[in-house]
Design a protein around this ligand. Structure first.
Ligand code: ATP
Ligand code: MG
Length: 132
């Protein structure tokens, strides 16, 4: 059964003009892009989106980073989209990411890690509703 996930291209990747390459990889991997928009998160928006991390020491710098420039939000669809897109992204720390993953190719650091993908089908629904 087809499933949807929420993907973001983060400000570091946009600043490096990687958005075209990232979208190309997503399409090559078999995802359909059902919706896409470019926007600039407000501080309030970034805080709300990452509210689950509000007690973490990386929360404030994460919010600062995510509001530092424009992002691209996309609804991706395919079978097993949530898990498959997490696999295409690679782990949070790009130093641990396998060859061929988006974070290996395009991320700088654990914070400035180029892309976001929902981590469960439930969160995918919530995150899609947040942006679309
Ligand atoms: P995302 O939610 O963005 O898809 P993720 O699920 O791999 O990434 P989370 O644990 O949900 O990672 O953390 C959310 C984001 O917070 C990370 O993508 C990264 O930008 C930042 N982050 C997470 N852990 C750290 C850390 N230890 N140091 C700095 N930034 C971090
Ligand atoms: Mg996450």
């Amino acid at each position: 059964m087809k499933e949807q996930t929420l993907a973001l291209i983060k400000p570091d990747a946009i600043a490096k003009r990687y958005q075209g390459l990232i979208i190309h990889e997503i399409l090559e991997a078999g995802f359909e892009i059902k919706a896409m928009k470019m926007l600039h998160l407000t501080e309030e928006g970034a805080k709300a989106f990452y509210a689950v991390h509000k007690e973490k020491e990386f929360y404030e710098p994460l919010v600062e980073f995510m509001t530092s420039g424009s992002i691209i939000a996309m609804i991706l669809e395919k079978e097993n989209a949530v898990a498959d897109y997490r696999e295409l992204m690679g782990p949070t720390d790009p130093g641990a990411a396998a060859e061929g993953t988006l974070r290996r190719k395009f991320a700088e650091t654990t914070r400035r890690n180029a892309v976001h993908g929902s981590d469960s089908p439930d969160n995918a629904k919530k995150e899609i509703a947040f942006f679309f």
